[in-house]
Design a protein. Structure first.
Length: 286
């Protein structure tokens, strides 16, 4: 979930970000897909309106960075504020790997770089995933990948993640299950897609979630929307259940209503049991 605290829009306690923060279960790991504070995630914004709403979850947050998290060309404030951001492996791009749950890996990438930093990030990604799949302890782990600007979306910024297609091809080759993004200020879920935007059978390509509903101002969908399976125009959080060989999802809006839900097997399952290949409840624009 991304696009969170919007400073200057009134008392923090009454902000949408305060309501979305209240939806997070105690002790949950939070995956934040960038644009953590508006309009710039500098130290003042993070220690002010972010801390007043989502700060209680800071110690358990795994974060990607968005375009609003680069301030004067750096992500120094984010790296200083979030304990887990110390995992980032380069000053030139914000990427790292973590294990959010047993049997799962999360790879965080930076969709805000180009040129030589992007080339080095791509090399790091290839090496990281090759090592992961070559290790007997993680060769069959489920894999989620998170970056800010989505490759696929039905919003104002459609196409803003086009430069991430080569990385999508890499994660697809290493059997990624989930791609988590923000940037568009709504919720949207896709079926499995390859890097050429071709629909694939369940379990044959990553499934992307766009979750830019953490508290920043919302905006609607372009018409016609992309070939997505669910679209919701409400603040809320995506609750993921990451289990061995499987995952489930529920998008919960700020009124506590489940607007989208489903479950699926991982592409490299471990003890997957009898979970159905997909049990999604598609929704239209809401």
């Amino acid at each position: 979930m991304g696009d969170i605290a919007q400073c200057g829009s009134g008392p923090p306690a009454a902000a949408p970000a305060a309501r979305t923060a209240a939806l997070v279960p105690a002790g949950a790991t939070v995956l934040a897909a960038g644009d953590l504070a508006y309009w710039h995630a500098d130290a003042a914004a993070l220690q002010g309106c972010f801390d007043a709403t989502w700060g209680r979850h800071r110690a358990r947050m795994l974060v990607a960075v968005g375009n609003h998290d680069y301030v004067n060309g750096t992500t120094a404030a984010v790296r200083d504020y979030f304990p887990q951001a110390a995992r980032a492996i380069s000053e030139d791009f914000f990427a790292y790997a973590a294990q959010p749950a047993a049997g799962w890996w999360l790879v965080v990438l930076d969709s805000n770089v180009a040129g030589e930093p992007m080339r080095r990030q791509q090399e790091w990604l290839e090496q990281t995933l090759a090592g992961m799949r070559g290790d007997p302890d993680s060769s069959t782990a489920c894999l989620a990948v998170m970056w800010h600007a989505p490759v696929y979306s039905s919003g104002l910024h459609r196409g803003s993640g086009e430069h991430m297609r080569p990385l999508w091809a890499i994660i697809d080759r290493y059997q990624a299950d989930l791609v988590l993004s923000g940037h568009e200020h709504f919720y949207e879920r896709f079926g499995p897609l390859d890097a050429d935007a071709r629909a694939q059978p369940e379990g044959q390509a990553p499934r992307q979630f766009v979750v830019g509903t953490g508290g920043a101002h919302l905006y609607g969908f372009w018409k016609p929307p992309y070939r997505s399976e669910s679209r919701v125009l409400r603040h809320g959080v995506l609750q993921l259940s990451l289990e061995s060989g499987r995952y489930g999802w529920r998008f919960i809006d700020v009124d506590g209503r489940a607007r989208d839900a489903g479950a699926a097997r991982c592409r490299a399952p471990v003890n997957s049991g009898n979970v159905p290949a997909t049990a999604a409840r598609p929704t239209a624009d809401q």
